[in-house]
Design a protein around this ligand. Structure first.
Ligand SMILES: Cc1cc2nc3c(=O)[nH]c(=O)nc-3n(C[C@H](O)[C@H](O)[C@H](O)COP(=O)(O)OP(=O)(O)OC[C@H]3O[C@@H](n4cnc5c(N)ncnc54)[C@H](O)[C@@H]3O)c2cc1C
Length: 465
């Protein structure tokens, strides 16, 4: 069988690439080693975690939020199997949706592990060991990433779990230790804290969510602490002993000093993810790697002709929408068009309560680059809709170039931040200014009026503050 394009890996990078290529008339196939399409994101990442985040937020809202609104329903009862079923059903509907879309777009699907024995060839090895070789003009590697391991710590997915195990716990742990204060650790830590676990987050650095706007993260940490999450920052987990019933976790100050121990029922290792290139045959093919990532040029091409790579397996933020946009761009390039990804405008969201959403530069980035900027900030305490809904935690911060007023970054801490950030991304994609944002009519009463007010605050003319 001969194709114009074979995509290896069906995560958001791979399946979106395959669909776009097929739309553009390329004869396309996709190879996936899992039984279902959709990759990490749909099977064990974005989608199941958001199903549990939503359900657990509802649980907490009923327990602590509704009474204040005059809705008295009594103490909620957790039905964990039903919550897990909601998660599994959500995953099922999404992965089936991808299978349907691939079929609708006439993308041939092959379930099996893909490898590249030579340029223009993809070998697919099925679970039973049966092999077939497909011919193709182009190959896009979209094999994603896997959990980064903590040296000396064995993940058994029972007591010591990765994010995958943390999405499947059969009961609420009494004590959960989360190693790593990144997005995944804080999201899944929030899920189990809301359902009743005592959660301690241990982080090597002296701050949470490295890379995100520091002021936003500091306020967010205070809010998480108010919710009951404990933090040990500047501390490293040096060993995890599985005691059979639980774990004994040894923690040392990152700067050196006396170690201490904590007991836990479950330990979640969430120290990051690493690119997944195992079994592709890249070494024999001569594909260049750097720190585990496949090296690509600005057109996603590796150093081997006809072989391209996108998504978590290459440089850049490990985010589903970044992978999707790269999938579209490479499909368009292969079809003779001018696909392009604007890496300056890739939003990031932490789906906790409240959410954090950001796009563009942080204040720390701008200071490091020596860019003169103005900041406008507006708190949700001064927003009518936020007051009406009891969602007054957080703020919006708009960072604009001091000379041109072009918006360089927007950071939102607040309920629904993940939805509100989209307008900032559109504005930035069009090179918009804080003036443009401030003069755009926003519906009243909405949380997003705080975005407009923060834009007004750049020139110190916010109305409601
Ligand atoms: C718990 C969790 C929550 C997350 N939440 C979010 C979120 O809210 N928002 C967000 O943007 N991102 C989130 N992410 C990150 C997101 O899942 C990834 O950035 C995204 O899935 C990357 O897409 P991808 O297409 O590059 O790779 P993946 O989604 O990892 O897909 C790669 C696919 O390739 C397959 N594969 C690998 N090797 C082979 C081979 N040799 N042959 C055939 N198939 C192969 C794998 O089985 C996999 O299905 C989350 C991740 C986790 C773990």
């Amino acid at each position: 069988m001969s194709y114009d394009l074979i995509v290896i890996g069906s995560g958001p990078g791979g399946y979106v690439c395959a669909i776009r290529a097929a739309q553009l008339g390329l004869k396309t196939a996709i190879v996936e080693k899992r039984k279902t399409y959709g990759g990490t994101c749909l099977n064990i990442g974005c989608i199941p975690s958001k199903a549990l985040l939503h359900a657990s937020e509802m649980f907490e809202e009923v327990a602590h939020g509704l009474g204040k609104l005059g809705v008295s329903v009594g103490k909620p009862k957790l039905d964990l199997p039903a919550m897990m079923k909601h998660k599994d059903d959500t995953v099922g509907a999404n992965v089936q949706g991808v299978a349907f879309l691939l079929k609708k777009n006439k993308v041939d699907g092959f379930i099996g592990t893909g490898s590249i024995p030579a340029v223009g060839k993809v070998e697919v090895t099925a679970e039973d060991g049966a092999k077939q070789v497909l011919e193709t003009k182009n190959i896009v590697i979209a094999t994603g990433s896997d959990v980064a391991q903590l040296p000396g710590v064995t993940i058994d997915e029972q007591v010591v779990v990765s994010s995958t195990g943390a999405l499947e716990l059969p009961k609420v742990p009494g004590k959960l230790i989360v190693v790593g204060a990144g997005v995944i650790g804080l999201e899944l830590g929030s899920v189990w804290r809301r359902l009743g676990a005592e959660v301690t987050v241990v982080e090597f650095l002296d701050r949470i969510l490295p890379g995100l706007d520091l002021e936003t993260c500091k306020q967010f940490q205070r809010l998480l602490e108010k919710q009951g999450v404990k933090f040990q920052l500047g501390a490293k987990v040096s060993s995890v002993e599985n005691t059979g019933k639980g774990a004994k976790v040894t923690i040392e100050p990152a700067a050196g000093g006396a170690a201490s121990t904590l007991d836990a029922d479950v330990v979640l290792v969430a120290i990051g993810r690493r690119p997944y290139t195992q079994g592709l045959g890249l070494e024999a093919l001569g594909v260049a790697l750097e720190r585990g990532q496949i090296v690509i040029d600005s057109h996603f091409a590796t150093n081997v002709p006809g072989v391209y790579a996108i998504g978590d397996v290459v440089r850049g933020p490990m985010l589903a929408h970044k992978a999707e946009d790269e999938g579209i761009a490479i499909a368009e390039i292969l079809a003779g068009q001018h696909g392009h990804v604007n890496y300056e405008v890739i939003p990031g969201v932490v789906y906790t309560s409240p959410e954090i959403a950001c796009v563009g530069a942080t204040e720390e980035d701008l200071k490091a680059r020596g860019v003169a900027y103005k900041a406008g900030k507006f708190p949700f305490t001064a927003n009518g809709r936020a007051r009406a809904a009891n969602h007054t935690d957080g703020f919006v911060k708009v960072l604009a170039d001091a000379t041109t007023d072009r918006v360089l970054g927007v950071h939102i801490l607040g309920h629904g931040a993940g939805e509100m950030i989209a307008e900032a991304a559109v504005l930035m994609e069009f090179g918009g200014s804080s003036e443009d944002l401030a003069r755009t009519c926003h519906a009243h009463p909405t949380m997003s009026e705080a975005v407009k007010e923060a834009a007004l605050a750049v020139e110190k003319r916010a109305i409601h503050m």
